[in-house]
Design a protein around this ligand. Sequence first.
Ligand SMILES: *[C@@H]1O[C@H](CO)[C@@H](O)[C@H](O)[C@H]1NC(C)=O
Ligand SMILES: *[C@@H]1O[C@H](CO)[C@@H](O)[C@H](O)[C@H]1NC(C)=O
Length: 428
Amino acid sequence: MVCHFARSSHSSCHNRRDTTLMKGAFALTVLLAATTAYYFYIPLPSTISEPWKLMLIDGVFRGIMHVGRLADSLGICHFLHVVNFSMTLDAPDSVSSENLLVSDTTVGGVNARICQWTGGSAGELRRAVVFFHGGGWALGSGKKGAYATLCKKMAKDLKAVILSVEYRLAPEAHFPDQFEDAFQASKHFLQPEVLAQYSVDPERVGVSGDSAGGNLAAAVAQQVATDSSIPVKFKVQSLIYPVLQTLDFNTPSYQQNRNVPILYRPLMVWFWLEYLDADRGFLPAMIMNNHTAQDLEQVDPFRAAVDWTALLPPRFTEGYEPVVQAHGTPRIVEEVPGLLDVRASPLLAEREVLTQTPRAYILTCEHDVLRDDGLMYGRRLEEAGVAVTSDYYEDGFHGCLTFSFWPTFFTVGERALRNYIAWLDQNL
Ligand SMILES: *[C@@H]1O[C@H](CO)[C@@H](O)[C@H](O)[C@H]1NC(C)=O
Ligand SMILES: *[C@@H]1O[C@H](CO)[C@@H](O)[C@H](O)[C@H]1NC(C)=O
């Protein structure tokens, strides 16, 4: 009886404590959930693929940027190094290494990773792709994370040799270093004796990249096409949501997607300033197109190349007004000549150059500030007589292709990846 009483009193006391604890835990959970929801929730267009997943990624990304800014302001390390570190964490890799040879080497003095398919018979020539990873000319690595997986997957699916170029990155390197590394590695690789060393068919070499890597791929494709000292030319250029121009940060897609993750408009402009090593204080002026105001004559020769009112189909321009300043900030183009350099902004190239570039595949996403960069380039290439496949994703967002791997697996990313590789398979 005593025992029973003691036990019951003990247990009721326990119950009371449990209840209090539970209430506390419940309140804490609600608070945490509310804070988390507040932190992660951002309004997103309803047509975007898997919006909750994207919000989560965006929240994590913003968190990393906060830590980066904090570390930077405390003088611990540069903001970019923190973000870069998080981007290059190794993920479980879904591509088996059977019939694959992965090696890290230098090509023309530039670091690179080469993924080779080894399944063919001896002496059989293979296709090759020179690939440049994205990350705003500042982040990422072809040897880490999604890009390492992509390299293996492309080598395997295409039974090919993939040269993933480790070009130098900001903040240590600035334009034209990234471009020069990309170009030098390509130029070296395209020598007949180097291609032979890797059993690559010189008639079947392509160039490709995503985002800032797509910028490098487009610029390198132009440079290789017009350089008579390079005997072997690329057969195709395959550009995944490329960044191609600095003159207009108010294209319809820049206006529409300025707040859509993960590539917010200020972040994209900031990447440009970092790449071109320009005064970061120019950012607000450039967002309002002050750097290309009408009274700046040096911009005149390039305006038609980014005139989206003429280059985009009406369905993309409806409801948008061009942002053209009568007077701007002349200091910007004077201090940052890279803004008008075709090696940085391949969209500015002349028709005579575009004509010589290879057959193109351009992947664009509706929910991406860079959508119109890609669409305008496709139109200009077509006008120059280049065969263009435009692969547009209505539910896509910037970066989706590399979010097709662990841990995110976006369905739109998986689709984009499949179509990208299928196009290469059919056209290279
Ligand atoms: C980014 O990370 C990669 C891989 O860890 C590293 O090789 C590279 O030097 C880093 N770059 C910067 C700018 O931190
Ligand atoms: C843009 O240019 C105008 C005219 O020169 C100037 O008044 C304005 O302050 C500039 N805007 C920014 C953000 O620098």
